[in-house]
Structures are given as C-alpha cells and as structure tokens.
Design a protein around this ligand. Structure first.
Ligand code: PLZ
Length: 450
C-alpha cells in the first residue's frame, strides 16, 4: 500500500507531528478573524487552518502534521495534491478558466461524461450531465425523473442526507442542524424506513424484507403512479455509514421497475472507488436508472454528475439543464486526472486493503459490554458506532470525546449518524499503511480511555 502511493503525496512529509497544542497559536489567531467575518451557521469540526496537504497528511499553519481520516468528507481520495491532478489543472488554468459549457464547448466535459457512462453500473445506453455540487446534481436528477415520468413524488429514507438545497433539504432526514427554521419544504417527499441491520426491531435477518414491505405499503398509500423517483444512498453517509441489509437494494430495483419509478442512487459520498468498487451499487450488482456522483470525482475540485439511462436523461428539453459553472473546465481536467490516477495506482485495491487494516486494528474493540457496538462499512468508508456500555443506546457524548482526543493527538476524524454517535473514517485512498495504523491506534487509545 505505502510503496505504490508515496509518489502521490504531493511532497508532504508522511508523518504525524504535533508540535503545538491543537489548535496552535496561528490557527487560534486566524480563528478570531474567521469568527468576525463569517456567520455562526457555518460549522467547524476542527478549528485549524491548513497550509498544505497531500497523501494522508494535513499540515496546519503552525507546522503540525495531522493524519487525515476525513479527506474533506470523502473528496480527496487521490490525496489533496495528487501530482496528476495538480498538473492537469495547472495546464488547463493557463489555457482558459471558463467559457460556460452552454456557451462554447470543450472536449474534457465530453470525456468526463464518456468515462462515467463506461464506469457506472449497467451496460445500457447512458448519458451524463455535469453540475458543481452534490445537492445541485440530486435536484437535477429529480427534475429529470419528474419530466421523464410526468409524476412529482419522491421517496427517500430514514437517516438520509441528500444536501442542503431547498428541495434536497426536504429529502434530508435530520432536522437539527440541517432543516430547522428553513421550511416549509415540498410536500412531495415521502420517507420510508431504511434497513439498518444493527437497529432493525425484528433483527438484521428480517430487515431487508420488512423494509421492502414497508415501502410497498407506502406506495399503496400515496399511489405508485404519483412517484417519480426513489432516491437511495447505497451506503448512507451522514446517516452513519449504514450498509443496508443485503437484498434491500436489489429489491428497490424490482419495485421501481414494477411501477415505472426512476431509481436514483446517490453515490455522492460512497462512489468513485471509496468502498473498494467503483460504486457501492457494484457490491450487490445493482443497476440504478440514474446515479449521482460528486465529491471524489474531481480530486478536490467542485464537480458533480448525473449519469443514467439515455432515454430518461433525454426527457429534459434542450436548455432545460445546465448552470453557469456546471462542468467547469478546471474541474473536468481534474476529474480526468483523478479517474486515471485511481486506475493507474489501483486505488480500488487500496480501498479494500484499508478495510482489512481497519478491521485488523479496530475489531478487538467490538464486543459485549464495551462502548463499541459495531464496526461496519466497506473499503475506506468505515465506521465505529458508540453506545452506553452494555446497552445499544447511542452515546453521542462518547463519540464527541473520542473525536476530540483524536483531534488533540493530530488525527482528523469525523462524527456522523442521526444520533451523532458514529465515528467515521474516510482516509485518502493513497494513505500509507504505517500512517493508517498509527492513526487507528490513536483511535483505539481514545476509545479505551473512555
Ligand atoms: N448526498 C450522500 O454525502 C454531502 C455534507 C457536509 P454537496 N455530504 C457532506 C455538510 O454538512 O453539508 C452529500 C452526501 C450525499 C448529497 C450530498 C450533498 O453534496 O456537494 O454538499 O451539495
């Protein structure tokens, strides 16, 4: 793992070094200006300011080297300064920064679309439209499903996260902090249970079957011919890295096909090699009608895509899709370099190896009576769920304490889950094995301490 990837670290020393208290004095000074200039509504996980980043390391303005288990929320899978991405963007920025693809065109947009048409699940005819953010792409996928079906309803699931736009907020499940005070929201969004194997009342074995039955009941209530789309995260991201019980996703394919509903896979967080396959859908051979990607697609530049069945995608009339920055040439150049890097460095295999190492280090924590009730996920999208010892009661306080200790020790981890009790690990796929193990041991110590 480490050997193949050392060339991808952008010249950043791949070692954890904590040389000040965290946050350090320079970060603290910058924080004062930040707090004056910015509204309270912008959250902060770790109040440090970054000077550079690459491979598995983030270097802050005080010279601390932190192990990166966040990848900017699953974005910098190839590293935050992957040489191929830096070169491609530098070359592009010197030629032109922007034309608006709707005004005059450029080849790289088409190439990104062709690559996604090939890589995404299914060998049917596909097309791709590019956007800038995940939320924007989800809203466009819903627009396309609506115009293709002539229906307006959308089904989403418990604990879903689909974005912060005014329509995607209706699809996102969690009220605080995302939704409170921002409504009213569309009344065309319905919510069905998601088969979380750990927490399904009748047990994991029943979860897929019963969740599909609940979806069928919901469809009967609202009328299947009112539903344009079912939108699902094949592995939930913000909801706590919940891998749905096996059989659920194939069941959705069947139900959607039966009722002429467009099945939209939101692979914004899980897609593009993160889970040890190109897409999380691939683990169960699931072929959605539309698939939405973003985050890891362009190595840190803002780019999102809707890829899907050509006949559905073509339902939108000329001029009905687009956006000023959608498919910006810098982002397209970065995406082509990112996809090439994933193939050349075999980062899909790297993601699988990360899972093995994470399980090797963290599995001993899971067990009767301790605070860790579950270690789950796929590839480099792994999570640890914390509960009050001896119960299954979520313990957000424990997750916050562990995250804080990790941050103080120079390991950037994120918390997720509707209850805020899940530590999630999203290392860059290029992280070296020694660095990965070192960061995991910091987590183990932090958990053992509580
Ligand atoms: N769908 C599955 O994970 C973004 C959100 C961070 P945008 N997840 C990180 C935050 O607190 O806002 C996400 C996702 C899934 C959609 C989105 C939305 O993508 O690019 O943030 O709009």
């Amino acid at each position: 793992m480490a050997d193949a990837t050392t060339a991808l670290n952008g010249g950043v020393l791949q070692r954890r070094q904590v040389v000040t208290a965290l946050p350090g004095p320079r970060s603290e000074a910058l924080q004062v200006g930040r707090d004056r200039a910015l509204p309270r509504g912008l959250g902060k996980v770790l109040p440090i300011f970054v000077e550079r980043a690459g491979g598995g390391i983030i270097v802050d303005v005080d010279g601390n080297h932190l192990i990166d288990f966040a990848s900017g929320i699953a974005v910098t899978s190839v590293g935050a300064s992957a040489p191929a991405v830096v070169d491609a963007v530098s070359e592009q920025v010197a030629r032109f920064t922007h034309t608006c693809f709707l005004v005059t065109e450029y080849e790289s947009y088409v190439e990104v679309a062709q690559r996604l048409n090939e890589l995404t699940p299914g060998d049917h005819a596909k097309t791709t439209a590019l956007f800038s953010t995940g939320s924007e792409a989800i809203e466009n996928a819903v627009k396309i499903a609506r115009v293709a079906t002539g229906r307006s309803g959308v089904i989403t699931f418990d604990d879903a996260f689909h974005g912060r736009g005014l329509f995607t907020l209706a699809m996102t499940a969690k009220e605080v902090p995302y939704k409170r005070g921002f409504g009213p929201f569309s009344d065309q969004v319905h919510r069905a249970p998601f088969p979380n194997p750990l927490r399904w009342p009748a047990g994991a074995e029943k979860a897929a079957e019963e969740a599909l039955a609940a979806l069928r009941s919901l469809l009967a209530e609202v009328g299947p011919d009112t539903i344009a789309a079912i939108v699902v995260e094949p592995i939930q991201g913000e909801g706590g890295f919940v891998v749905p019980a096996p059989g659920f996703l194939p069941g959705l394919v069947e139900i959607a096909a039966e009722h002429g509903i467009v099945l939209i896979a939101d692979e914004i967080q899980a897609g593009i090699a993160r889970t040890g396959q190109w897409f999380a859908c691939d683990h169960e051979g699931v072929v959605p009608d539309l698939i939405v990607t973003a985050k890891a697609l362009a190595g840190g530049l803002p780019l999102a895509a809707v890829t899907g069945r050509a006949e559905i995608m073509d339902a939108a009339d000329p001029g009905a899709l687009g956006g000023t920055y959608a498919g910006n040439p810098l982002a397209c150049a970065a995406a082509l370099a990112t996809l090439r890097t994933i193939e050349e460095a075999d980062l899909i295999a790297a993601a699988r190896r990360i899972e093995e190492v994470v399980r090797d280090e963290l599995q001993p924590l899971v067990g009767e009576g301790g605070p860790v009730v579950d270690l789950r996920g796929r590839g480099a999208m792994m999570a640890v769920e914390l509960v009050r010892p001896g119960t299954t009661e979520p313990d957000p306080g424990a997750a916050a304490t562990v995250a804080k200790r990790c941050h103080e020790q120079g390991v950037v981890v994120l918390v997720s889950g509707t209850q805020g009790n899940v530590l999630r690990l999203l290392p860059p796929l290029v992280i070296g094995e020694d660095l990965l193990r070192e960061g995991l041991r910091v987590i183990v110590d932090a958990i053992e301490d509580i």
